[in-house]
Design a protein around this ligand. Structure first.
Ligand code: ZN
Ligand code: ZN
Length: 330
């Protein structure tokens, strides 16, 4: 077995579809991590993931360990968690062994140069856990220049202190959405487990519509916001808007031509949960799910009233089960 064995950037024979993956993964090579790449790969398969992004702290040391653990059923995207002095960001789609510099803070004014290097090779830059409550974890850079925001990091439970930082990240992202979509430059939401310990991988993960199971196609889906975030593979969401004979899915734009827009969200796996639809007016529609956890929410609106719609599904205790990127109505 070769000492350095990088994973392939494409899994053959997997066409257009929704792929589940964890974009924020640490092995035992990161501080506080306890799982080997081999154990993470086994857990990824067991928890229903199709891909994962390896994002060790300030290091590419494990890139060459993943080749033997990737396979026909698991894509491994090379990345890094760039742990700067004033916030962390995820560089996804790096070249084998590529390390992005992390030794700066917001006052140095150099972050754009590092984002630019990742963009130049087709990579994606994600603002990580922006409201993390520990020193240097709180994200102090402007979002401009970043491609996506990790609004959901780790387990979202109402009994955990870090629940507050997910709520803050989501509300900040949701608040900026109307103006950002109007300007035509918005940053999609993503979720990642930030796994360090056993049992955390995939909680949550991002479900991406991609043309194939490859690094480029997954990153393109994330960049376009054709994605939603799931607490686990037990949760299913399908979300569309129809107007006349036209339809659009998550991250897409629908030409309503003044016709009524029929919003449809189908959720499974959230027993007694609550589904809410959000527009520029805030929470525009709410419906409870039955004990069995499956239901379809239908709501009528127009582009004039709702320039975008996004969906959330929460458990009865208020913790998140699923959230989507918006569908734009024009
Ligand atoms: Zn971090
Ligand atoms: Zn992390």
């Amino acid at each position: 077995m070769a000492e350095t064995d990088f994973p392939p950037t494409r899994v053959a024979g997997r066409g257009r579809g929704w792929y589940r993956g964890d974009c924020h993964v640490h092995s035992d090579r990161s501080d506080g991590g306890e799982m080997t790449p081999e154990e993470l790969a086994a857990e990824a398969r067991a928890t229903g993931l199709d891909f994962l992004a390896t994002t060790e702290h300030a290091s590419a040391a494990t890139h060459g360990l993943w080749g033997r653990h990737a396979g026909d059923d698991l894509l491994v995207i090379l990345g890094e968690e760039v742990t700067t002095r004033t916030g962390h960001w995820l560089a996804l789609g790096l070249r084998p062994g590529q390390v992005v510099d992390w030794r700066y803070g917001v006052r140095d004014g150099t972050v754009d140069r590092h984002l630019e290097r990742v963009h130049r090779i087709g990579g994606l830059c994600v603002a990580a856990h922006p409201h993390a409550p520990y020193p240097s974890g709180t994200f102090m850079y402007p979002y401009e220049g970043f491609d996506a925001v990790e609004v959901w990091n780790g387990r979202w439970a109402s009994d955990l202190p870090w629940n507050a930082d997910n709520e803050a990240a989501l509300s900040e992202w949701g608040r900026g959405l109307a103006a950002d979509l109007h300007r035509g430059r918005w940053r999609p939401a993503v979720g990642g487990s930030d796994v360090h310990l056993r049992g955390q991988l995939g909680t949550p993960h991002t479900v991406v519509l991609a043309d194939e199971l490859s690094t480029d196609a997954i990153l393109a889906g994330l960049r376009a916001g054709r994605s939603w975030v799931a607490e686990s593979a037990a949760v299913e969401l399908s979300f569309t808007v129809l107007a006349g004979d036209r339809g659009a899915g998550i991250g897409e734009r629908l030409e309503t031509r003044g016709e009524t827009a029929v919003v449809r969200a189908e959720v499974r796996g959230v027993p007694s949960g609550v589904v809410t639809l959000h527009t520029e007016l805030g929470t525009a529609h709410r419906r409870s799910l039955p004990d069995a956890g499956s239901g379809t929410v239908e709501w009528r609106t127009s582009a004039a009233e709702s320039p975008f719609v996004r969906v959330e599904a929460r458990h009865p205790d208020g913790s998140m089960a699923a959230l989507s990127n918006p569908i734009t109505l024009v």
